[in-house]
Design a protein around this ligand. Sequence first.
Ligand SMILES: O=C([O-])CC(=O)C(=O)O
Ligand SMILES: [Mg+2]
Length: 259
Amino acid sequence: MNGGEPRAARGETVDVTRQDDQVGSATGEAIAPEVFEALRRVSTATVTTQLFARGLRNAFMAGLRPLNPGCTRMVGEAFTLRHIPAREDLDVLAVFKDYDHPQRLAVESVGPGQVLVMDCRGQTRAASIGGILATRMLRRGAAGLVTDGAVRDSPYFTGLELPVFAAGVCATTNLARHHAVDMQVPIGCAEVPVYPGDVIVADAEGVVCVPRHLAAEVARDALEQERLEEFIQAEIEGGAPLRGVYPPDENTLRRYHSR
Ligand SMILES: O=C([O-])CC(=O)C(=O)O
Ligand SMILES: [Mg+2]
């Protein structure tokens, strides 16, 4: 549970079940707006449990922290950018004269509602992006930004209305360590595999990657898990013991269903 985030049980029912047959695994079929809406209302803790129940134990990008603690709620499809280590003869300031440099091209290619997810190999001794490029993403309607590297201009990010998650901050420009090579390819970010089009969900706790083909069923079951957990939370706050309540036995479930 994540106390600071809105709980599904507080709102009206969102029906995401009907979307199941519409979400193709690797077909790139559109994900229904209701799925995104549901995922925006559940915590990353709940989402990781739903993925765990389906055998996926490595979906949370451990170690990434929000740059603006007041702007953390993020749901969107992954747009990926892959970096390899920089080389001194290639990665020089002059490359930025090319507006089609892969870093700049990626920023100008992220679509509305998408999340730019960057593979920086966990290397934080150079930035992967800065304030101007992040502002451009905000104006383009991007949903957010995730990097397992660092960002520069970090004081600016604390007031930016764009959810940004990074492994650190570093003033040094990206060229010192990173060479952007490829976009919209499978990447690793904080040791989590991310495929283009996967659904990225974040809250104040951090970032989780939901395989695209599981998004609708995870959204549906996460909503239900949070409804039940809100009931359990109230019981525990009222003095109930764990035994019989968490996890709920038949009696507790009967009380839950007959509310
Ligand atoms: O060099 C960079 O990483 C870009 C930068 O500072 C910015 O976007 O403001
Ligand atoms: Mg800058």
